[in-house]
Design a protein around this ligand. Structure first.
Ligand code: ARG
Length: 463
């Protein structure tokens, strides 16, 4: 049997393989709510413009509402031979309301229809990701406030560098998430134009009111070029680029959690809520959720790469290649949403080992820079000379296997005779972080201010 929607010039049905490669209902069924909303807007515009009768528009709207609740309630049977969501909905509409259903597709094509539906879907998805990012930021900022004074080793090259606070470290991820939200907001702003009424590619001879449908669907305006409207998927690429960057950010904290929770490091622990056991090694508590967040960044970046490859070199206007825009995007954005939920959960769940962090912050000569800064400030030494002197003191301490603050004063004086007792004031990790009061620095006072500023911006009351 030929296709009931477009089979007019076809004598027979497609090969099974043709149907298998062509069908998209398993993916685009997720657009049903947007498809129905766009059809309702289109039908009421057609009626207002006198293109269809008010009576037909009413029947159409009523039928579409019925279909919406059928799908919502799981009472709708999707038919693969009808290819996609658009034809599944229209076919059901015709079963429900008869010939009036056939008027809905006046002055539109599946090309502007799918572009409209997918923009609406993307907009909804961005809004929900934005909420998830805000929740993640809130969890981070709350824990940052709680740990504004918790000293930990700051690392560069994964080597002990200078002491920082755990709160400061967490707030770094709040900033990243803020830029992620900004990227999604930018993408949203650019994608929020309506393709509806571009029809197949050239526009339509019917007196449509594209402003009306754009407004009804919450778009800022109709897209100005019909060819562009049906044939660009930059909004998919842009949103996936934002998602990729966000997931890369998440993967970095995920990786830190993996490192920190390793018994070799032991700076933090996760509860049983966010760990799993091993089927063979009874002692294990594995940070699987963090590992999977780390891995899913690969999948999300893969989806970005895939749509870029699909679009590269595609001539205008619609090409069926573009049907491949949805599966990877939907998969990637739902993976991101799951990653955000998992990271938010882990941030709330995590328990830093405050004593161990403090000890680790004092090891590895993390306050060597503080000593050099003291020589500069107190003895007016040029920083380069102070760096050299400090290096010699560090090697004296290391030869005696002592941390800097335990090295006797005379050993320091053997290197630089002008050093006084007062130097010990800057050699502890706690005093080191306290002194980092420059804007953006790790001092507990700064961290408290920033954490509170974020919580306020995120709509949370703070003590
Ligand atoms: N399922 C199609 C897609 O997602 C809808 C548009 C089909 N248009 C066409 N001319 N065959 O791209």
């Amino acid at each position: 049997m030929s296709n009931k929607m477009w089979g007019g010039r076809f004598a027979s049905g497609p090969d099974a393989i043709m149907e298998a490669i062509n069908v998209s209902i398993d993916v685009d069924r997720h657009l049903y709510a947007q498809d129905i909303a766009a059809s309702k807007a289109h039908a009421s515009m057609l009626a207002q413009q006198g293109i269809i009768t008010d009576d037909d528009a009413r029947k159409i709207a009523h039928g579409l509402d019925t279909i919406l609740s059928e799908i919502d309630n799981g009472d709708f049977s999707f038919d693969r031979s009808l290819e996609d969501i658009h034809m599944n909905v229209e076919s059901r509409l015709s079963a429900l309301i008869g010939p009036a259903a056939g008027r809905l597709h006046t002055a539109r094509s599946r090309n502007d229809q799918v572009a409209t539906d997918f923009r609406l879907w993307m907009r909804d998805t961005i809004d929900s990701l934005d909420g998830a990012l805000a929740d993640y930021q809130t969890a981070l900022a709350e824990r940052a406030l709680e740990h504004a004074d918790t000293v930990m080793p700051g690392l560069t090259h994964l080597q002990t560098a200078q002491p920082v606070t755990f709160g400061h470290h967490l707030l770094a991820y709040v900033e990243m998430a803020a830029r992620d939200r900004g990227r999604f907001a930018d993408a949203r702003k650019r994608l929020n134009e309506s393709p509806l009424g571009a029809a197949a590619l050239a526009g339509t001879s019917f007196p449509v009111d594209r402003d009306m449908t754009a407004k009804a669907l919450g778009f800022d305006r109709p897209m100005a070029n019909s060819l562009d409207a049906v044939s660009d998927r930059d909004f998919v690429m842009e949103t996936l680029a934002a998602a990729t960057i966000a997931s890369v950010h998440l993967s970095r904290l995920a990786e830190e959690i993996v490192i920190w929770t390793s018994p070799l490091v032991g700076l933090v622990s996760l509860s049983e809520k966010f760990t799993t056991g091993s089927s063979i090694m009874p002692q294990k508590r594995n940070p699987d959720a963090a590992e999977l967040v780390r891995a899913k960044a690969g999948r999300i970046a893969g989806a970005l790469n895939a749509i870029i490859m699909v679009m590269k070199g595609l001539p205008l206007a619609y090409q069926k290649d573009m049907q491949e825009d949805k599966e990877g995007a939907m998969d990637a954005l739902s993976a991101l949403s799951l990653c955000l939920a998992a990271m938010t959960g882990m941030v709330r769940d995590i328990t830093p080992d405050v004593a161990r962090m403090k000890k680790a912050a004092g090891e590895g000569y993390a306050t060597a820079t503080d000593l050099a800064d003291w020589l500069v400030r107190t003895l007016k030494m040029p920083f380069r000379d102070a760096h050299h002197v400090t290096g010699r003191i560090v090697s004296a301490a290391s030869a005696r296997n002592l941390p800097l603050h335990r090295l006797p004063l005379e050993d320091m004086r053997a290197v630089e005779p002008r050093i006084t007792e007062e130097v010990f004031g800057v050699l502890s990790a706690t005093n080191s972080v306290r002194s980092r009061t420059s804007y953006g620095g790790t001092a507990p006072r700064n961290v408290r201010t920033q954490a509170k500023r974020w919580l306020k911006r995120l709509g949370k009351d703070t003590p």
